[in-house]
Ligand binder design. Structure first.
Ligand code: AMP
Ligand code: MN
Ligand code: MN
Ligand code: MN
Length: 287
């Protein structure tokens, strides 16, 4: 019988995960999932390989992407885009813009680290990433390997996170742009891990969600590795109130986030029906 569980949020080597797209797919099967969405940061470069392997091993698959939107600190707003058309010209422009934001930021981080006496070069970082999407976790991995920090987490605390000695932000799209560009790329926009908005109270959360719904938000990530049972309940109620799709995933990054296993988000599994509803809604959008 097909597994009742899925994972709709994970990363591969196409962004800051440590498993290749095909390896993530095989791991999904090993972890008893029946469907997967790959949601690398700012790119769908891993989607073709994952889709091909999924076809080979009989796993249902949906292409995805994760985009960081402008949002006041200390919060972060990430939007997932599901079912985007890989051929979409809007998507091509979108990913170009997002990568330019990274290309402007990453050398600033490296220059600052060098000033602080850290031995690290952009070349090493590029080699670590092995592709176009270069993120702070790649820098963190080098800092750890060279013994400047004991863990990825510590690399963020000491250097790479806001307040860290080598922190620089990247240019982002505002939420309205991100949502409309995901839609124009054929995808459905979903608010990722709402807890990371770091809202002050439920009223602020409601207002943020309502604003996003007015901009075209289609869903909310209810199950996530950062969400305990109470948050899952809260976000389920919000999804219901605003007629939003519910999604969920582990946010698996391989060994860049060692405490997360593919298919399990804070002890919770994501029901298969959520994948089916998402796929149905993607198909309805296209027809
Ligand atoms: P970037 O996309 O280059 O801005 O880097 C952001 C990525 O770094 C996120 O997607 C996470 O994978 C990771 N990350 C962010 N904050 C932390 C943290 N405090 N500890 C470990 N990883 C983090
Ligand atoms: Mn990441
Ligand atoms: Mn995220
Ligand atoms: Mn993610």
């Amino acid at each position: 019988m097909a597994s009742k569980f899925v994972d709709l949020h994970c990363h591969s080597t196409a962004s800051d995960g440590t498993f290749k797209p095909a390896e993530v797919v095989r791991l999904a099967v090993e972890n008893d999932l029946s469907a997967l969405a790959l949601t690398d940061h700012d790119t769908i470069a891993g989607v073709a390989e994952a889709a091909e392997e999924a076809g080979r091993v009989g796993l249902d698959f949906l292409p995805g992407i994760e985009i960081s939107a402008e949002y006041p600190q200390p919060g972060t707003m990430h939007l997932l885009g599901y079912g985007i058309d890989p051929q979409s010209p809007t998507l091509r422009d979108l990913t170009k813009t997002l990568l330019a934001g990274r290309d402007n930021r990453n050398p600033k981080i490296i220059a600052k680290l060098q000033q602080l006496g850290v031995s690290i070069t952009m070349k090493e970082v590029e080699a670590e990433a092995g592709g176009k999407v270069i993120g702070r976790p790649h820098i963190a991995a080098i800092l750890m390997r060279k013994g400047y920090v004991q863990s990825i987490k510590q690399a963020f605390e000491k250097y790479l996170a806001p307040g860290g000695a080598a922190y620089f932000d990247k240019e982002r799209l505002d939420p309205a742009q991100a949502i409309s560009l995901i839609r124009e790329s054929g995808g459905l926009p979903v608010l990722a891990h709402p807890i990371q908005l770091r809202y002050q109270n439920d009223g602020q959360l409601e207002r943020e969600v309502k604003d996003l719904v007015d901009l075209g938000l289609a869903g909310i990530e209810v199950i996530h590795s950062d969400h305990g049972a109470q948050l899952v309940e809260k976000y389920t109620a919000i999804a219901k109130r605003y007629g939003l799709l519910k999604t969920g995933g582990s946010d698996f990054h391989g060994t860049n986030k060692t405490r997360i296993s593919l298919g399990i988000a804070n002890g919770t599994r994501v029901p298969r029906e959520w994948f089916d509803e998402l796929v149905d809604r993607c198909a309805a959008k296209k027809s």
